[in-house]
Design a protein around this ligand. Structure first.
Ligand SMILES: CC(C)(COP(=O)(O)OP(=O)(O)OC[C@H]1O[C@@H](n2cnc3c(N)ncnc32)[C@H](O)[C@@H]1OP(=O)(O)O)[C@@H](O)C(=O)NCCC(=O)NCCS
Length: 166
């Protein structure tokens, strides 16, 4: 009701799509998405630890709803994307790409020179997303992830921000 009234009066304060710091109050929404999107989801305790230790934790908000989140560690000139995930209904609409660009902008403000991450080779959408943003393969970790038929390797990707003015 209040949102409708604000829209009618043209006094909506928030942008339709934006990122903000992830909060403990977001964890129920985060866990609901995490469990739907991963066969091997993180536990709530892992997210609580990420908030406690002060990682770079972000929520993607659209129409006042949390539709995605990302966890990064940024230290001594390097950033690591530990998790990036969108709600099922928000997948495949270009929002992952927009979110990643916002995260890269955040990393740049922290004066990091490179971003690293691991991804399953079978995760076509994620691999495509990262390659499109300029990430390059720098290695492969054998049997890194649990998988239905044993283990799956991880591809290690890196984005050099000194040569990628994204
Ligand atoms: C990975 C993820 C963040 C990508 O976000 P997204 O919003 O779905 O991706 P986008 O719509 O921005 O698309 C990015 C690129 O991937 C492609 N893509 C998206 N979904 C795809 C799919 N299912 N298969 C193949 N390509 C796909 C898009 O076509 C686009 O490339 P293009 O512009 O050349 O067409 C999202 O799918 C997700 O949350 N997945 C589950 C969690 C996860 O796997 N996280 C990554 C862990 S490393």
């Amino acid at each position: 009701m209040w949102n409708k009234l604000q829209n009618l009066l043209g006094i909506t304060q928030k942008k339709p799509l934006y990122i903000r710091a992830l909060k403990k109050q977001d964890l129920a929404a985060v866990m609901s998405i995490e469990r739907q999107m991963y066969r091997y989801p993180w536990s709530e305790g892992i997210f609580e630890d990420c908030l406690r230790v002060g990682y770079s934790n972000w929520a993607l908000i659209k129409d006042n709803q949390l539709i995605g989140y990302a966890i990064l560690s940024i230290a001594v000139g390097e950033a690591h994307i530990l998790n990036i995930c969108l709600a099922p209904a928000s997948k495949g609409k270009g929002l992952g790409q927009q979110f990643l660009m916002e995260l890269i902008a955040v990393v740049k403000t922290k004066h990091a020179d490179s971003i690293f991450l691991e991804v399953r080779p079978s995760n076509t959408a994620a691999v495509k997303l990262y390659k499109k943003a300029g990430f390059k393969k720098i290695g492969q970790r054998k049997n890194y992830y649990p998988a239905a038929d044993g283990k799956e390797d991880a591809i290690v990707l890196s984005l050099d921000l000194t040569i990628n003015p994204v």
